[in-house]
Design a binder for this molecule. Sequence first.
Ligand SMILES: NC(=O)c1ccc[n+]([C@@H]2O[C@H](COP(=O)([O-])OP(=O)(O)OC[C@H]3O[C@@H](n4cnc5c(N)ncnc54)[C@H](OP(=O)(O)O)[C@@H]3O)[C@@H](O)[C@H]2O)c1
Length: 254
Amino acid sequence: MNILKHLIYPPVTMSDEKLRKCFAGKWVVITGASSGIGEALTLRLISVQANLYLIARNEEKLMTLCHKAKNNGCKADYCAIDLRQRDQLAILCSKLREQLPSVSYLFCNAGKSINRAINDSIDRMHDFDRTMDLNYRSAVALSLALIPALKKTWGRIVYTSSVSSLFSTFPGWSAYHASKCAANVWFRTARKEYKKLQVKMQIAYMPLVHTPMSDKNKRYKDLPAYSADEGACILLRLAMSKKPSYKPWWTLGI
Ligand SMILES: NC(=O)c1ccc[n+]([C@@H]2O[C@H](COP(=O)([O-])OP(=O)(O)OC[C@H]3O[C@@H](n4cnc5c(N)ncnc54)[C@H](OP(=O)(O)O)[C@@H]3O)[C@@H](O)[C@H]2O)c1
């Protein structure tokens, strides 16, 4: 099992020294900061004194992380919000425009996965609306809100997608994959449009990572996978590189 894990999930590390050079004192906005990959990302950035604006629903968790960040010399703020709620999202977008005139990184990481066959979804249109609103619409809205602030620093947007969206017609995953694929296309298009306009768009096609989201699915809980911290390191390495995307080696360039 260990050999398999190392083959499919070669270890990913990141030194604090390299991180500090890139992120210390810079404003970083993170969605989905309260759990899993986003929380691990937040903890990494706290340890190198980045300034953080954290977004998710769990207010208690965000408050604790902000407290930790401030104790470690970072500037930090948060917004507890359900990103699927369009009115609340519009208010957050205006607030961010006012509060953060210059931003270096936006990690669009909040996400929800649903594994349900279409035939079991006949009365569940809300599954398709909710995944689309969170995984696609909120990422676009926050990107539009922050692009002016990102332009000022030649900043970056990193979208946490899924490697499975590269094999997007997998049965049971229509809601999740459709929303991730919509975002993939938006960010790939934005990357072309913004090539000469000071904002870089990057996509991490993330493989399996053990987090509260993936561990809910019993089939995945015992499979080899990256840890949340390794998932965070994948995002950070991508954000520090010139690459347009991260894909596991075994996708063989799909
Ligand atoms: N884990 C994997 O194997 C895997 C693989 C491929 C891609 N991904 C992607 O990685 C990203 C992070 O997922 P994770 O695995 O770290 O899962 P996680 O531990 O469940 O974290 C998901 C994050 O999204 C936030 N979130 C969920 N619904 C939200 C809503 N309606 N409004 C605002 N925030 C919301 C959650 O915070 P609150 O609950 O506090 O709102 C949490 O911080 C997702 O985009 C996921 O699709 C994960």
